[in-house]
Design a protein around this ligand. Structure first.
Ligand code: HEC
Ligand code: HEC
Length: 352
């Protein structure tokens, strides 16, 4: 009877930890956000709307504080800056609405891969296209010096990036990558030099050439890239994966100066962040980590999963082995417990 009571206490406390405390701690450390949404149009408009609402709540709070102490200059400033913040966020929301409306016009056009093969020369002024024997004219070192980062090769671009994201990226890269805090009219983003860039006017011919470039990139992209190839194409211009001897070609000092922070090695990220977090973060870094230096990458759901599968394989290569050993241990202890019980019964029978 006494043993049963001890067992009951143990069970209750274990359950309390796992069902109560553990999820609570997770929630506190890692506030819940809306799930990953690979419909990037909806994702961008939703998040921008949430940010506007948050700014309105902040203004309300600032005004309430000011009402209690109307002469405090700090509180007056806080209200002013909260109002500015709302304006900025409302501008961001309308920028996304406008961008995606343009993308939808392009989406309605039929892209022609043959014309795209010519139009893509615009892109090859900066990018390489190795699968078509078009290496970059600049070395990795020169690219790092000029751009802060070795620009991605476009061989897989037509497959791994969401089609509509690609259109958004071509017409307004800084907005699509969500780096407008850093790059704007005063400090234009380098890719904005693309002649097809959207600058308030967007004619039919430009729209058609964007559709053509995308059709061309899709026509040359292999459909069966491995998990590692997808990772290398999408992430390795910034991140290392040391446990698999994968190193970024970008020069570290230039990269840090460009990004404003060091992209971490991703070898163990799957263990510290877990797959759910990663899917959400890759889908829209700003949603998970407001103000992060990492641009949004724009992969399709399928290719995001490939990236995570690769990170899982490298960072947690012993996972399958661990599961097998774990089950073995449970069986071992179950048999041991049974034997111990039988032994105890045997010993006590002789004593009574
Ligand atoms: C003036 C140089 C320049 C031109 C021209 C250019 N790009 Fe880029 N591209 C960049 C830079 C700079 C980056 C961003 C590098 C970074 O921040 O990681 C980039 C990034 C990209 C990315 C990666 C985006 C992501 O989500 O990770 C793709 C895809 C891309 N460009 C496609 C194109 C296409 C297609 C064209 C032609 C329509 C093009 N680029 C034209 C400079 C250029
Ligand atoms: C243009 C550069 C760039 C690209 C491309 C890029 N990242 Fe990052 N990433 C960064 C930077 C910079 C940080 C550090 C963010 C910070 O300090 O705010 C970061 C941080 C991260 C983190 C850590 C987030 C955290 O919770 O701390 C993860 C995970 C990550 N990146 C995964 C990826 C994956 C996966 C890809 C490819 C799909 C990718 N990144 C592509 C620049 C990049």
């Amino acid at each position: 009877m006494k043993e049963l009571k001890i067992l009951a206490v143990l069970v209750v406390f274990t359950l309390l930890t796992y069902i109560g405390i553990e999820p609570f701690a997770h929630k506190e450390m890692n506030p819940a956000v809306a799930p990953a949404n690979f419909n990037y149009e909806q994702e961008d408009i939703d998040l921008a709307s949430v940010r506007v609402e948050e700014a309105k709540i902040a203004l309300k709070k600032a005004e309430d504080k000011l009402a209690q102490n109307t002469s405090d200059q700090n509180l007056i400033n806080a209200v002013e800056s909260a109002k500015k913040d709302i304006e900025l966020r409302e501008n961001d929301l309308s920028a996304y609405k406008e961008l995606w409306a343009q993308v939808n016009k392009i989406e309605a056009l039929k892209g022609d891969a043959d014309s795209g093969a010519g139009a893509v020369e615009l892109c090859l002024a900066c990018h390489s296209l190795n699968s078509q024997d078009r290496p970059n004219a600049l070395t990795d070192e020169e690219l790092s010096q000029n751009y802060g980062v070795v620009l991605p090769d476009l061989s897989l671009a037509g497959a791994i990036y969401d089609k509509k994201f690609l259109a958004a990226l071509i017409i307004n890269p800084a907005q699509a990558l969500k780096i407008t805090k850093k790059f704007n009219d005063e400090n234009p983003f380098l890719m904005s030099a693309t002649p097809v860039s959207y600058d308030g006017e967007f004619d039919e011919a430009s729209a058609q050439s964007v559709a053509d470039i995308i059709a061309y990139l899709q026509s040359i992209a292999p459909q069966n890239a491995t998990d590692k190839e997808v990772f290398e194409s999408a992430c390795v211009r910034c991140h290392d994966m040391r446990y698999d001897a994968v190193y970024s070609p970008s020069e570290k000092t230039a990269l840090k100066a460009y990004m404003g922070s060091n992209p971490p090695d991703l070898s163990m990220m799957i263990r510290s962040r877990l797959a759910d977090y990663l899917e959400n973060f890759i889908n829209d870094p700003q949603k998970k980590l407001d103000g992060t230096a990492m641009p949004r990458v724009g992969l399709t759901k399928e290719h995001t999963e490939q990236v995570i599968a690769y990170m899982d394989k490298v960072g947690d290569s012993k996972k399958e082995e661990r599961v097998v050993v774990g089950i073995g241990m449970i069986i071992f202890f179950a048999i041991l417990a049974l034997l111990a019980y039988l032994w105890k019964v045997g010993v006590w029978r002789d004593l009574h």
